[in-house]
Design a protein around this ligand. Structure first.
Ligand code: PLP
Length: 391
């Protein structure tokens, strides 16, 4: 179906942060499959696990115990607020599970009127009916019939509006601690703490969508960990969780998952042995000081260099934002055109809301590679400037 606006480019091979096109060109990859190939391309440990598990067992069904699934769930719970996990094949499905779990919680808790889900402008939670209704982006809702009842959106980070909106019919608040598609907008630690306090006080579940900002992207395993007292009740992760293999997960506290009893939810593929084996290796590689420390170091350098570019090109760059290696650069000129011009310099960057380009490289990007990306961006900015002068 014609749903994608594709770049005229195809790749046949990748290695680390390099991608090689079918016509033999080498690119520096700062898209990372949109924050998904968190360990770069063809990471040796992931390839080894995939091959080994591929020769043993791919799929059995969730009617059986799956040791690899239990291993990944144990790791996710040990490293977070969560007690239980449901595995999916995508971020969207993890969001579906989170929203269902939230409503079910209030049913078993004797408050079935609590059905409303509060989300925020500029958010992105996926493309299923529930996900587009939770994000409320008009362009993703248009043409699909009436909006689902029970979903509202507030300005991102506007806690006064949230305080006014929380009511006895509110089931949950869903938010990305760092918005991805919305243009790399990060909540502050104080905002996260305050949000947690408000939702707790109101008896409302707090759902984090860490599909993009989780799994090491910000320099901690989960973005909420930057705040001192902001643990959610439910959290969705995906993307880098499988290092490029399709895996999503909905994590929850035992309390928040009380309504998720036998028969209430399920998945054929979610959590199968092949996916989970890869997930365990990806998890162990990401959840290490080597990887997380690298994100903090390289992100610090990258952002400093990008701010240098902003100082040199104040007419072209509005600001540099985000957290860790979820970096947004807000441009004056059209971001889509800029992405194409960057490709001419053999640099791949992603688009984003608010006329940003996003840099979402592998978590093991080196400082030299970050420096190379900045040099390629500088050349791209020169091209933009020259074309503006010529016009
Ligand atoms: N939530 C966030 C924050 C995302 O960035 C995305 C995808 O970009 C999703 C949910 C949906 O995930 P998926 O595309 O894997 O269904």
């Amino acid at each position: 179906m014609g749903v994608y606006n594709r770049a005229p480019l195809a790749f046949e091979r990748g290695e680390g942060s390099r991608l090689y096109s079918t016509d033999g060109e080498e690119f520096l990859d700062c898209v990372g499959g949109i924050a998904t190939t968190g360990l770069g391309h063809a990471h040796p440990a992931l390839v080894k696990t995939l091959k080994e598990q591929g020769e043993k067992l791919w799929h059995v069904s969730n009617i059986f115990r799956i040791p690899q699934q239990e291993a990944l769930a144990d790791r996710l719970c040990a490293a977070s607020f969560a007690d239980v996990v449901f595995f999916t094949n995508s971020g969207t499905e993890a969001i579906e599970c989170a929203l269902k779990a939230a409503r079910r919680y209030h049913v078993v808790n004797g408050q079935p009127d609590r059905v409303d889900i509060i989300g925020f402008d500029g958010s992105f939670h996926g493309r299923s009916y529930a996900a587009v209704n939770a994000s409320g982006n008009a362009s993703y809702l248009e043409g699909f019939g009436p909006r689902l009842p029970g979903y509202t959106q507030l300005p991102f980070g506007d806690w006064e509006a949230l305080k006014a909106a929380l009511s006895p019919t509110t089931a949950a608040v869903i938010i990305e601690p760092v918005q991805g598609e919305g243009g790399a907008r990060a909540l502050t630690e104080a905002q996260l703490n305050e949000l947690r306090a408000m939702t707790r006080e109101a008896g409302v579940l707090l759902i984090y969508d860490e599909v993009q900002c989780g799994m090491g992207r910000t320099g901690k395993l989960f973005a909420y960990e930057w705040a001192s007292d902001a643990e959610p009740d439910i959290m969705c992760v995906a993307k880098a969780l499988g290092g490029g293999f399709p895996i999503g997960a909905c994590l929850a506290s035992a309390e928040a998952a009380r309504g998720m009893t036998v028969g209430v939810h399920g998945s054929t593929f979610g959590g199968n042995p092949l996916a989970m084996a890869v997930g365990v290796t990806a998890f162990d590689t990401i959840n290490s000081e080597e990887t997380l420390g690298n994100v903090r170091d390289v992100a610090g350098y990258f952002v400093q260099q990008l701010n240098g570019l902003k100082d040199r090109y104040p007419d072209l760059i509005v600001d540099v934002r985000g957290k860790g290696l979820l970096i947004g650069v807000k441009l004056v000129s059209n971001n889509r055109e800029f992405m194409a011009l960057a490709r001419d310099q053999k640099l791949l960057v992603a688009g984003g809301g608010d006329n940003c380009i996003r840099l979402l490289p592998a978590l093991n990007l080196t400082q030299e590679e970050a420096s190379e990306a900045v040099a390629k961006l500088e050349k791209t900015l020169d091209v933009v400037r020259a074309s503006q002068k010529a016009a």
